[in-house]
Ligand binder design. Structure first.
Ligand code: ATP
Ligand code: MG
Ligand code: MG
Length: 379
């Protein structure tokens, strides 16, 4: 009996545990809060991620360890890796945790990125804003997620407000300034690399964010074969450079037909949730197969799929459950403003059917605005 340990017990760990059950896997989760939602399906150890006693208890109970979030302290990942196989490896995690290291690597690999600059002081910010131009975005290098730790600078006069908001973090998590990309679309590649280096990717996904948080994903994204190939080649180069093992997502901005890399998520990703029902093998199961050294599953799609995120509170399930291709995921979390509490996936065999199902669900739930951009894309 193999036990997989997951650091972090959120919805990603929960869906991983659910997808690993048919493989006969057992799970242990380490989380710093007692009500982490993966704990409903896997025995949980509650403890701080830097607490050696908690880490030791965890390491003693698992055959292999992985993560459900990228902000695991690097020393903890390293400490664990000296005791039990850990995938992705701590170095890949370290690069993906730091927007500066990540963008520097993208650039080294010939993957286009938005303009960026390392920011250590108010003067450096002033100079970088003058060079990159406005609008631009000041971000924390580490620990940001769901658009947190970001400040948009609309005009040069916004420098002081940005520094007042984030400047104190320059000395702790670091800051990076990025040129604002006037993209037409946001895309992501979700891909997997096995222990033996085998690489597979799901079709490109198009994503819509609201206030920095993912709202909807559509797969396959309607892109031509050349763009699909470019995106996959970027993802493969990255995975090989990092000797990556497991599932990851590469977020891309598409501007005037060009792809710019935004960030690398070293884990299963929200924009890949549709793979549970929309693909031969889900991202969760392929992540487990990869970290365990099992053969990877086929990533081909079954029709088209759209995922809708539920943020804050769960809507009524029935509108989705009534749909032939409707699938419901309630993470079992307490409602809280801004929190990802669940998602729905709608699957269909044609764009017209998917658009019609989305329109019905949007109407029934009062979520017309959430489905509108997806319906428009499918038209
Ligand atoms: P995630 O939850 O995806 O990890 P995050 O907090 O790491 O989010 P980003 O992915 O950097 O943040 O940014 C969130 C969203 O903000 C992006 O998906 C995009 O919509 C917008 N955004 C970020 N950087 C830029 C940029 N340089 N130009 C234009 N829009 C941007
Ligand atoms: Mg991120
Ligand atoms: Mg992102």
């Amino acid at each position: 009996m193999t036990t997989v340990g997951i650091l972090g017990g959120g919805q990603l760990a929960r869906m991983m545990a659910l997808s690993g059950a048919p493989l006969g896997l057992r799970f242990r989760v380490l989380d710093n809060v007692a009500d982490a939602c993966a704990g409903q399906f896997a025995p949980m150890i509650v403890g701080d991620y830097t607490d050696q006693a908690a880490l030791a208890e965890f390491a003693a109970q698992v055959d292999v360890a992985t993560f459900d979030f990228e902000n695991v302290p690097a020393e903890s990942a390293q400490w664990l890796a000296e005791r039990v196989p850990v995938f992705p490896k701590p170095r890949a995690l370290a690069v993906a945790q730091d927007r500066l290291a990540e963008k520097t690597l993208f650039r080294e690999l010939g993957i286009p990125v938005p303009d960026f600059a390392d920011i250590a002081s108010r003067e450096a910010l002033q100079a970088a804003v003058a060079e990159l131009g406005t609008p631009c975005i000041l971000k924390t290098r580490r620990l940001g997620y769901d658009g947190k730790g970001q400040f948009r600078i609309k005009t040069p006069a916004g420098v002081d407000a940005a520094w007042d908001a984030l400047g104190a973090q320059a000395a702790t998590v670091g800051l990076i300034l990025e040129g604002f990309v006037h993209f037409q679309r946001e895309l992501s590649v979700v891909a997997v690399r096995g222990r033996d280096g085998e690489f597979r990717a799901w079709p490109l996904t198009e994503n819509w964010h609201v206030d920095g948080v993912l709202s909807a994903s559509l797969a396959p994204a309607s892109v031509d074969a050349a763009m699909q190939a470019t995106a996959l080649s970027h993802a493969r180069k990255l995975a090989e450079a990092l000797d990556y093992v497991g599932v990851f997502a590469l977020e891309l901005f598409c501007r005037d037909g060009e792809l710019l890399a935004n960030e690398l998520a070293p884990r299963v990703h929200n924009s890949g949730h549709w793979t549970i029902e929309g693909s031969e093998t889900s991202q969760f199961q392929n992540h487990l197969r990869a970290v365990l050294g099992l053969p990877l599953g086929d990533t081909r799609m079954v029709g088209l799929a759209c995922m809708l995120n539920w943020i804050g509170a769960m809507p009524d399930a029935n509108a989705v459950l009534r749909e032939a291709g409707g699938h419901w995921h309630d993470y079992g979390k307490e409602p809280r403003a801004g929190r990802k509490v669940g998602h729905a996936t709608l699957r269909a065999d044609s764009a017209a059917e998917l658009a019609a199902a989305l329109a019905r669900v949007g109407d029934a739930l009062g979520r017309e605005a959430q489905v509108a951009p997806v319906v428009a894309r499918l038209a």
